[in-house]
Design a protein around this ligand. Structure first.
Ligand code: DP6
Length: 330
């Protein structure tokens, strides 16, 4: 009754922001992401009859009450599927700072879903795993598959048609690179869950977000399949700015950017003006992710590494989907 899984984090090129069902994490719009090969979570789950409650260690420390509750809630879905009343010891390790806009909940809930179902001998297929992971964190539905994926929003009330599907595998476009610049390791004040609850009801721009997201999805799919970097970068950058416009105009406002974020944005724009094609995208946190082609990645990495605002840098290409491993954490 013990299993370990790893899952890569993913960064959305067309973002998920706003839910039609908070309990099941059903989104108002579909989204598209790229899995990141250098950012991952490893999670070991062991169910045992001898324990009375679930426990959780993240990165060597006892998790907070909220984190334990969220994990326990997720494990209860797995327990229900397996028809077993049994608790688990869970240990999880990220190779990057958690809760700072690097999608640790995505890789975390994807790894947890795979490890927990395996530990209870449930054999879910990729679609079922994606549906399960989605209930822990929406973006986790996209970390089950590798490469480039679309999380289709679905329309059914029970969420059985809201899951991530592969657009192209991780070796489809090896030149495409995402450079993740970590600017601050502070945990953010408002998580995505609390943040996106307010936007649909209060931002006057949210309707515009929904009205234009379909076009962004079409353009992004086309750009991935045709390996059209300019189309991909332009669409992703604009989609990110549109999402942040809805965040900024939420009541109370959601300003996830720090001064360092703006500095890096400006540098991306200036590199582009000088002829090095690159684009930025940012999630619900201050970190900036820069999209570029492999031929420019070393130059861009050096450029950003030299900035005092950049604390750590990860140069990623498309990663694999969640997988089981023999390397247990305990
Ligand atoms: C801005 O998946 O973290 O990163 O479903 O409430 O857990 P919950 O939210 P989460 O939100 C991610 C929002 C985003 C955009 C994206 O990844 O698509």
């Amino acid at each position: 009754m013990k299993a370990t899984a790893t899952a890569n984090s993913n960064i959305a090129l067309v973002k998920y922001w706003g839910k039609r069902n908070n309990e099941l994490n059903l989104p108002n719009n579909s989204s598209i992401s790229m899995s990141l090969n250098k950012l991952y979570t490893t999670t070991t789950v062991e169910f045992s009859n001898g324990i009375k409650t679930d426990s959780l260690i993240i990165d060597g420390k006892k998790a907070s009450k909220e984190e334990i509750e969220r994990t326990s809630k997720h494990l209860s879905i797995v327990r229900k599927l397996a028809r077993k009343e049994i608790f688990a010891r869970v240990e999880s390790k990220n190779n990057f700072p958690k809760s700072a806009g690097l999608a640790s909940s995505a890789s975390g809930f994807a790894a947890l879903s795979l490890a927990a179902t395996k530990a209870l001998d449930l054999h879910l297929d990729r679609k079922e795993l994606s549906i399960l992971a989605r209930q822990g964190s929406g973006s986790a539905s996209r970390s089950i598959e590798g490469g480039f994926v679309e999380w289709v929003k679905g329309s059914l009330e029970d969420g059985s048609d809201s899951y991530a599907k592969a657009i192209a595998p991780n070796d489809h476009w090896p030149e495409l690179t995402m450079i993740v610049a970590v600017l601050t390791k502070k945990e953010k004040k408002t998580g995505s869950n609390a943040g996106m609850e307010k936007t649909p009801a209060t931002s006057p721009f949210y309707k515009c977000w929904l009205d234009t997201v379909e076009q962004d999805l079409e353009k992004t799919k086309k750009a991935i399949l045709e390996k059209n970097f300019s189309l991909l970068g332009k669409t992703a950058e604009m989609n990110c700015l549109k999402m942040h416009s809805t965040m900024l105009t939420t009541e109370p406002h959601l300003i996830y950017w720090e001064p360092e974020t703006i500095k890096v944005i400006k540098e991306v724009l200036s590199l582009r003006e000088q002829g090095t094609e690159c684009y930025f995208t940012i999630d619900a946190g201050p970190q900036v992710k820069v999209l570029c082609m492999k031929k420019n990645s070393e130059k861009i990495k050096k450029y950003f590494s030299a900035m005092k605002e950049v604390k750590e840098i990860f140069v990623c290409t498309a990663g694999e989907g969640a997988k089981l491993t023999e390397k247990d954490l305990f």
